[in-house]
Write a protein that binds this ligand. Sequence first.
Ligand SMILES: Cc1cc2nc3c(=O)[nH]c(=O)nc-3n(C[C@H](O)[C@H](O)[C@H](O)COP(=O)(O)OP(=O)(O)OC[C@H]3O[C@@H](n4cnc5c(N)ncnc54)[C@H](O)[C@@H]3O)c2cc1C
Length: 382
Amino acid sequence: MAGLVDLTLSPQEEAFRAELRGWLDANHPGREPDGDEAGFEFRRDWQRRVAEAGWAGVSWPEEYGGRGATLVEQALFNEEMVRSRAPALANVLGLVMGGPVVIAHGTEEQKRRYLNPILTAEEIWCQGFSEPESGSDLASLKTRAVKSNGEWVVTGQKVWTTLAHRAKWCMLVARTDSDAPKHKGLTFFLMDMEQEGVQVRPLHQITNEPEFNELFIEEARVPDENVVGGVGNGWGVAITTLMHERAGLAFGLQVQLKVRLGELMTLVRERGLEDDPVVRQRVGQLWIEAEALRLNAYRGLTHIMKTGVPGPEGSLPKWQWSDINQAVTEAALDFRGPEAPLADSEWTYHFLRSRANSIEGGTTEILKNIIAERVLGLPRQR
Ligand SMILES: Cc1cc2nc3c(=O)[nH]c(=O)nc-3n(C[C@H](O)[C@H](O)[C@H](O)COP(=O)(O)OP(=O)(O)OC[C@H]3O[C@@H](n4cnc5c(N)ncnc54)[C@H](O)[C@@H]3O)c2cc1C
């Protein structure tokens, strides 16, 4: 029927998935080692092997090291990686945001320079958007870039910068015109992290992982050729980045949620709770919500296939996923009993880590505003 999404895979997509499953069976590297450093190096090595076998950047153009495959095949790749419990790829921000933004807004030289080292994890990327007083209201950011002798001199502070301690490149949004209206005076730069003017200070999360950092930028230098999308166009480029973040993550995350729900059902059986009607109702409801999320992720994919770019409805799966993932980890905490928060188990870790889900990549309140205004057409917020 016209307008409906056809979820049946074509013979070509079936063949793609079968080949990928075969490769993953033969090359799965096993469980990640403990420890931040060892874990990261393990994921980096894994990504290099994935790239060498031609599976990184599934939908990126072949001329820049990608596979040149379709978006459906990219989504299948994301699903299969999670389904097979393969380790995450190390350069997540480069793959999900950096590459797509350079492909969409970059010059030919930028594509040739940056895309391949993202795929091989040779150069790790981070995202320098948030500041101590600018998170949701990103356009109010204060980090300044001033042009001097053909290069940009950047001064300011960023915060919550995931992977900054590993990164070679930072997707940095800075103010280049303080007289222009706040959305219009911003520019998107690729800043080299390996320079004296950039200091990285780790921040530990509730899980005790040093996943993100503070960035202190004091007269850091960025050459003019590292502007992406043109001076003064940083807001538009940043929005593309965020829409790719939300849409790109949705596919892997909806499968990850199903895997976790499977583990929740194992826990229910282990605890002898499978005949408890309240427990059954709770798990059943979570499964229904996870299924609705899966279909919404396909809806977002359909939009990208039709228009070439993710749309505002990509905000819906991100919101749904954070709600459901938090509810799953809370259910596990309840089913494990009063000692659960004290026990050092994977469920305790998932519960603590899931607190950030409704903040990272845009808070749930902001996503609701986007959906209200840009998907449902409700009046704009003042
Ligand atoms: C694990 C993690 C990783 C992150 N990684 C990165 C990264 O790599 N790079 C990066 O740049 N940032 C990163 N962030 C930062 C993240 O993008 C911000 O925390 C987020 O955008 C919210 O900004 P804020 O923390 O300043 O909160 P604020 O914007 O100050 O919001 C505070 C509260 O007010 C609410 N609120 C604000 N404005 C409105 C409004 N208009 N209507 C309704 N409610 C509103 C918010 O929803 C929130 O509940 C990360 C955050 C986390 C938790």
